[in-house]
Design a protein. Structure first.
Length: 270
């Protein structure tokens, strides 16, 4: 109930539905940043020194266990092709550097935007002849964490032009749309109230640069999609299924919104 009351306080600070409908819809060009580069703050800057130290030390970061399992999966042959990731891509430290910073990305074969998990599953099915990993499975999180870790320190920079443009615009609309019983949009927390306190926590700007990562509340590693679904649950909205268009398009918008922030995956969050 305390969380409910705190969220209701945010609603009171946000414009009413009637105000939003009466105001003309503002359509900024994709090239116009949601937040100026100098104001971008990673979620890690809102954490205490203890959690920042845990994230920064591979020996202390619990997500390292998933990265190491992913490294083993990278070299494990699978499927009818009896082929491993390493058979095609060799050393992930070289071949996968920068890949996480460019995802989600539009795929011309499937005509969909794929996040990193979707890209890994695409390779698994098409190149290895193996069944796709279940979303949020230990195997998929581990392999994704291993790939993402190769881009640590590299700035996010996703493509939002061409066939990705419609997905980007849809993701932006989802970010600004009120949902759930709480009648809140993502922007009401992460644009309008970033830095404010919600019970014992500080509201961050909501950037995706640390995922997949380890969340203390979960006591496990998880994906950005899982974190987004937790936000849907927090505002009492219907949860979109894993790998749904809503989650992928919203992830693309969030990656663009965070452009310039370095990849921190595997991150640690409370």
């Amino acid at each position: 109930m305390r969380i409910l009351a705190a969220l209701l306080a945010l609603v009171a600070c946000a414009p009413s539905v009637a105000q939003e409908r009466s105001a003309p819809m503002e359509r900024s060009l994709p090239q116009e940043r949601s937040l100026p580069l100098e104001r971008l703050r990673s979620g890690s800057t809102y954490m205490g020194a203890d959690l920042r130290a845990m994230q920064g030390d591979d020996f202390s970061n619990p997500a390292t266990l998933w990265v190491e399992k992913g490294a083993r999966l990278w070299g494990t042959r699978a499927g009818t092709a009896d082929r491993s990731c390493a058979d095609c891509h060799r050393d992930a430290r070289d071949s996968m550097r920068g890949v996480a910073a460019r995802h989600p990305a539009y795929d011309r074969v499937t005509r969909r935007v794929l996040d990193l998990e979707g890209r890994i599953n695409q390779c698994r099915v098409e190149r290895q002849g193996a069944a796709a990993f279940a979303f949020e499975s230990e195997e998929l999180i581990s392999l994704t964490a291993h790939v993402a870790a190769q881009s640590r320190g590299m700035p996010l920079r996703v493509a939002i032009d061409g066939p990705a443009a419609a997905h980007f615009e849809r993701g932006r609309a989802l970010y600004q749309r009120r949902i759930g019983q709480m009648n809140l949009a993502c922007k009401h927390c992460h644009d309008d109230n970033a830095g404010a306190r919600l019970l014992a926590e500080t509201i961050s700007q909501g950037h995706p640069n640390a995922w997949p990562g380890y969340r203390l509340e979960w006591q496990s590693a998880g994906s950005l999609q899982r974190r987004l679904r937790a936000c849907y649950s927090g505002v009492r909205a219907e949860l979109p299924p894993y790998n749904s268009t809503d989650l992928i398009d919203l992830s693309l918008y969030l990656a663009w919104r965070a452009e310039g922030l370095p990849i921190e995956s595997p991150g640690v969050r409370r």
